[in-house]
Every structure is written in structure tokens, then in C-alpha cells.
Design a protein. Structure first.
Length: 327
């Protein structure tokens, strides 16, 4: 029998509203044990389910210190007799926590994040089935070695690509142009493919040895955006900046000039796109000349996480580029 541990962080899945038709105003009231006890007995899955309240927090309030503590706890659980961890989590930043764990959990055992778009009191709450099926997925052989995933609305999404694109509906998550890596239906867990990117045991990142993460900011580019925003980030202590650039990681000439200077001062800038797709190195911009890193198909919020971890090792843009290409 598989031992699946539910680690509760908070979010809508643990919340109740005053009325069954209210779906966006609610309060976090449920414990991890409440969530597990609300489920029907596991069908088609032989799993012993335990649970733990780790945090009760709106996911917008999570910090790097919370992520490090989560990774440490999950590593501790998976180094023992726990066969898989399901993290119940707010959906707003679930994709960020998932990618952080994908890079820092040191186990081939599954870690699956799930949540809900509707509170538990809703007349068609999505949380219970999401949790039930996430547990079925975590107990399945099919997902072992696949890295951290998000399970929402019947689909398994790789942490690296998962993205919340809709603020209220149960179909809020997508993996952008990569698509779902798997699904769960009536107890059957199906994996379609594994990501080609390395994760978990293949990364050098160790949550155990870190007490904090370097400050990395995100800037969002737009027509006429002023380059002083870059200086504001650095003045407030940023060691790196992930930019959601226009187009294929494109930069205004005035941004380019300032970024080249910042690179010489040791500040790492990653070019991502505010669109959905791959930003190629030395494509729309000359990364070699600018001292920048291409974010590939990572969103700026994911690039920020990898850059924070990369900066704990090096500020050399060539070495950081190698990490972006691998992870
Ligand atoms: C949160 O992210 O904590 C609130 C929203 C949600 O769980 O859907």
C-alpha cells in the first residue's frame, strides 16, 4: 500500500464562503484533516493517506523562505516511508511553488500540487475531486520520476510549464504550448510524456543548505517603458532581473544600454517573453554582447525562480545560461 502525505498550505481549497453560489469571497477555515476526511473512500487506489497543516496562507503571501521550508519538509518526508506528497495550495502562485520544488526536491517520488478555483462551500466545488485524483496520481507508478507536477481539473501539468491563465474558472490552468503531461479519469492515471528538462535529483540546488535566496525582480515591458525601472530594482537590492519582454525577448535601445552596464556591474538579466513561446539566445537581441541570459520558453515568474537558485552558485551569465538550457 502506498503512503501518500497531504501537506496543506492554504488557498481556496481550504476555504468556505457564506453562500453556496459565492465563489470569489471566502475565508480559509479547513484543516488538512478536514480536506482528507471530506473525501469518499479511495476507489481503484490502494493508498494510506496522512495529512499535515504546514501553513495556512494566501499563496500571494508566500516568500522564498516559505519555499525553502516546504522543500526541506518534503525532502524529509520522501526520505522516509512516504511514497508521494500532495500539496494543497492556493492557485495564484501554485506554478511558482511547483517549479521551485521541481528544482529542489531530492527524490524521484512524486510531488503533486493541487488546489481549487471554487471554495469548499460552493455548490459545485472542484477541490474534493482535485484532491482525490491528485492522491490517485501520487500513488500511481506512472508518475514516478516525472518531477513536480500540478494536478487541476483532470489534468497533470509539468511544474516548469504550468501556468494559471484564468482567474475564476475551474479550467484555470494550462501548460501553454506544451500541453498536459497526463490525466486522471475514474482512477486511471495516464502519463502522455515526460519533460526533456532535468529536475529534482539532477539539479545542483539544495534547500537544506540555503537560509535565504538572492533578490530577483520581474519587470514587464511595454511600449515606451522607461529604463529607470531597472535602476529601481538594483537600488532595492536586486541581484538579478527577469524581464517579460515584448516579442522574442526584445528590448528598447535605451534598456539595452542600461542592461549592458548592469551586466558589467554583476547584475544578471534574463530575457523572457510576455508572449507564449521560446526566446532564442542571440536572436532578437545579442545576448553575448549584452551579457544577458535567454529565458527560453520560461515565463518571467519561472525564470525568476531559476535565476534565484542559479545565483546561489554563480553570477557568470554563461554558466547561468547553461542552467536555463538544462532546467
Ligand atoms: C490563493 O492563491 O491562495 C488564493 C486563490 C486560490 O487558491 O485560488
Amino acid at each position: 500500500m502506498r503512503h501518500i502525505h497531504v501537506l496543506a498550505i492554504g488557498g481556496t481549497i481550504a476555504s468556505r464562503a457564506a453562500d453556496p453560489v459565492i465563489c470569489t469571497t471566502y475565508a480559509p477555515l479547513l484543516s488538512a484533516a478536514d480536506l482528507v476526511e471530506s473525501l469518499p473512500p479511495m476507489r481503484d487506489t490502494v493508498a494510506h493517506v496522512t495529512s499535515e497543516d504546514f501553513l495556512k496562507i494566501d499563496s500571494a503571501s508566500l516568500t522564498g523562505e516559505h519555499w525553502l521550508a516546504m522543500a526541506r519538509r518534503i525532502n524529509e518526508l520522501l526520505s522516509g516511508d512516504v511514497d508521494g506528497v500532495v500539496v494543497t495550495h492556493g492557485t495564484d502562485t501554485m506554478e511558482e511553488t511547483a517549479y521551485f520544488l521541481n528544482l529542489t526536491v531530492k527524490s524521484f517520488k512524486p510531488v503533486i500540487l493541487t488546489g481549487a478555483m471554487r471554495p469548499a462551500s460552493s455548490m459545485s466545488a472542484d477541490g474534493p475531486l482535485n484532491l482525490y485524483q491528485a492522491i490517485q496520481a501520487a500513488a500511481s507508478d506512472a508518475v514516478r520520476g516525472a518531477g513536480t507536477m500540478i494536478f487541476m481539473n483532470g489534468t497533470l501539468l509539468a511544474a516548469r510549464e504550468a501556468c494559471k491563465i484564468q482567474p475564476v474558472r475551474p479550467d484555470a490552468f494550462t501548460a501553454r504550448e506544451m500541453g498536459a503531461v497526463g490525466c486522471v479519469a475514474d482512477g486511471k492515471v495516464e502519463m502522455f510524456y515526460h519533460s526533456t528538462k532535468e529536475h529534482t535529483l539532477s539539479t545542483p540546488f539544495e534547500a537544506e543548505t540555503l537560509t535565504s535566496l538572492p533578490k530577483v525582480d520581474i519587470l514587464y515591458a511595454y511600449a515606451g517603458a522607461e529604463p529607470e525601472m531597472l535602476d529601481d530594482c538594483v537600488k532595492r537590492g536586486a541581484k538579478g532581473i527577469a524581464i517579460a519582454c515584448v516579442g522574442n525577448g526584445n528590448l528598447r535601445p535605451v534598456w539595452r544600454d542600461r542592461i549592458r552596464e548592469l551586466a558589467r556591474e554583476g547584475i544578471t538579466v534574463v530575457r523572457c517573453s510576455r508572449a507564449n513561446g521560446f526566446v532564442n539566445r542571440n536572436g532578437a537581441q545579442d545576448d553575448d554582447a549584452l551579457g544577458t541570459v535567454s529565458g527560453g520558453n520560461l515565463s518571467a515568474q519561472k525564470a525568476r525562480i531559476l535565476l534565484m537558485l542559479a545565483l546561489t552558485f554563480t553570477s557568470d551569465p554563461a554558466e547561468i545560461q547553461e542552467m536555463f538550457d538544462r532546467f
